[in-house]
Every structure is written in C-alpha cells, then in structure tokens.
Design a protein around this ligand. Structure first.
Ligand code: ADP
Length: 169
C-alpha cells in the first residue's frame, strides 16, 4: 500500500470500484441451442443471483459475427469461427451485477472445455474449443460494446428484481 499516511483516502476508492455494477454480454452459441442447453445455461446465471436485462433468439449475420470477433481476425481459425457462430440461431443475453464480468467468465470456464474445471458450464457440458457452447465478455468495456452491438435500442430492460435485498445487503 503506497498511501500509508492517508488510508482513509485510499480505501474508499478501492471499495467503490469493487461495488460497481457491470454489464456483460453472454451468448449461447449455435451448438448450445442445438443441444437443448439454453435453459441450463440461463439457469446458472439466474441461480447465481445476477440480473437478466436482455434476451433473444437470433440468427447472426456474417458481418455481425466478424465485428464481434474482430480482435481474432488474424487467427487461423477465424473463418471457421465465423461459420460456427452463423451456423444456426444463438441466444443473446445482457446481464448485470457487481463484479459480473469476471464472475461470469469463472462460471463459464476456460476456452478449451477439456481444461475447464468441473462445475463450470464448459467443464460440465462441452468437450472441444470449437464447440464451447457459450460466450462471455472479457472486460466491462467489451461488455458494453457487445451489448450495444447485439441489442437494439429498447431491447435491454431496466428493472428492479423483487429479491434484490435478499441477494446483497
Ligand atoms: P473465450 O470465448 O473463452 O473468451 P477467445 O476470446 O480466446 O475465448 O476465443 C473466442 C472464441 O473463438 C472461443 O470461444 C472459441 O469459440 C473460438 N476459438 C478460440 N481459439 C480457438 C481455436 N484454437 N480453435 C478453434 N476455435 C477457437
């Protein structure tokens, strides 16, 4: 801790950033939809206590898949990845919660399902990187970017879950 002389200044800042509500874009990929895992995947996030703010079944056009995965453009698997994501409908979801981006990535598990821990979505339900059934944003910035990319104005709902006081003090 750098600021030893003034812990009162240092500490509240740290706490405030930990309490910040984040948004994340979660998507059941076409293999998850085909395998009938939509309910199971939504359930994991619902049961955890996060708030669903957007949900739709959607056939993704090629241009949108390319924009979503633009950071992977130079990878050899990019064309196959675009074919995979556009091969059937996906389920698009917006979720929000304190610390949700990192927590959702933990619930989803490693990119390679064979390396994903048991108990995670990929660890329990998938066997190959090219069929890893679910996507989750990797940063709060990408969470916002991806929700804006996949949802139109008015498709994301602001609401207060009745159980909120039973989930966070
Ligand atoms: P994550 O989805 O876990 O954030 P990445 O951002 O690294 O992982 O990759 C995005 C997606 O690209 C993966 O979920 C997977 O569908 C696909 N992908 C990544 N690496 C490979 C690979 N080596 N071969 C085939 N597909 C891959």
């Amino acid at each position: 801790i750098k600021n030893r002389a003034a812990p009162g200044i240092f500490l509240p800042r740290l706490v405030a950033s930990m309490e910040e509500i984040e948004e994340t874009y979660i998507m059941v990929k076409p293999d998850g939809v085909q395998r009938g895992l939509v309910g199971e995947i939504i359930s994991r996030f619902e049961k955890k206590g996060f708030k669903l703010t957007g949900l739709k079944l959607f056939q993704c056009p090629k241009e949108l898949a390319e924009e979503h995965y633009k950071d992977l453009q130079s990878k050899p698997f990019f064309p196959k990845l675009i074919d995979y994501i556009t091969s059937g409908p996906v389920v698009c979801m917006a979720w929000e919660g304190v610390g949700i981006v990192a927590s959702a990535r933990k619930l989803i598990g490693s990119t390679n399902p064979l390396q994903a821990e048991p108990g995670t979505i990929r660890g329990d339900l998938a066997v190959q990187t090219g069929r890893n059934i679910v996507h989750g944003s990797d940063s709060p910035e990408n969470g916002k970017r991806e929700i804006a990319l996949w949802f139109k104005e008015g498709e994301v709902c602001e609401w207060t879950p009745a159980l909120a006081p039973w989930l966070r003090e």
